[in-house]
Design a protein around this ligand. Structure first.
Ligand SMILES: C[S@@+](CC[C@H](N)C(=O)[O-])C[C@H]1O[C@@H](n2cnc3c(N)ncnc32)[C@H](O)[C@@H]1O
Length: 207
């Protein structure tokens, strides 16, 4: 990671505490712990617990001395003019996001798009070493950022490749940008991207 890079790590109650502990031991500075509240969580079939409806995402920076990037104004705009909170109410993955095959823990583009827009500039390199179906990469490329993904399963690399080929079609890419949740209207993401400076080479991000 570059000195000004930040890292986002998602988890559940089963592992998020140990990840926080490890980050602290490695001298990372935790910036936020975002709670993604799924607006449509799957039911709990055992009926012995509360329905699991959240995932936690830790946002941390590598260096205590080098400032991180945060697009405060855009986040405020997406939250109706009020400061964006660390609780994000966004729906679970939609069927259109699985057009190239199913990954068992695929994340919605809405969550990754918000992460990327909040913490990177155009053209930034984004690494996801546990890429799965490369939701990170699709969100990154749709938002004019660069992506490197790693996964140990060939099947998932194939899904990633097909998703990438799919968005090389400009009409499909435009359609997906309109469908991503978390924006005030269908055109907001595209209009924001058109307005971003083109030659920026921003900070790196690791997921
Ligand atoms: C939680 S999934 C990521 C899902 C992804 N965010 C998406 O939206 O599709 C984690 C991925 O990490 C991969 N993985 C686990 N351990 C790995 C390792 N040591 N090296 C490379 N990939 C690994 C798994 O194959 C799995 O696809």
């Amino acid at each position: 990671m570059k000195e000004n890079a930040t890292i986002w790590i998602s988890g559940t109650m089963h592992n998020i505490f140990s990840i926080g502990q490890i980050l602290t031991e490695l001298n990372f500075r935790i910036l936020n712990v975002v709670t993604w509240e799924k607006s449509n969580p799957p039911p709990n079939f055992s009926c012995r617990f509360f329905t699991h409806s959240t995932e936690q995402i830790i946002w941390a920076r590598k260096s205590d001395k080098v400032p991180h990037y945060y697009n405060y104004e855009l986040m405020k705009q997406l939250n109706g003019g009020k400061q964006m909170k660390d609780v994000w109410k966004l729906p679970a993955i939609a069927p259109w996001e699985k057009s190239c095959g199913k990954h068992p823990t695929q994340k919605p583009l809405s969550v990754l798009t918000r992460i990327i827009l909040a913490s990177t500039k155009p053209n930034a390199w984004i690494l996801d070493p546990f890429a799965g179906s490369s939701t990170t990469g699709i969100a990154a490329n749709l938002a004019n950022r660069r992506y490197l993904g790693i996964d140990m399963e060939k099947e998932f690399l194939n899904i990633s490749k097909n998703r990438k080929l799919e968005i090389e079609n400009k009409i499909t890419a435009a359609k997906y940008k309109e469908k991503i949740n978390g924006f005030n209207n269908k055109k907001e993401l595209e209009l924001f991207l058109l307005d971003e400076p083109k030659e920026e080479y921003g900070n790196e991000l690791i997921l």
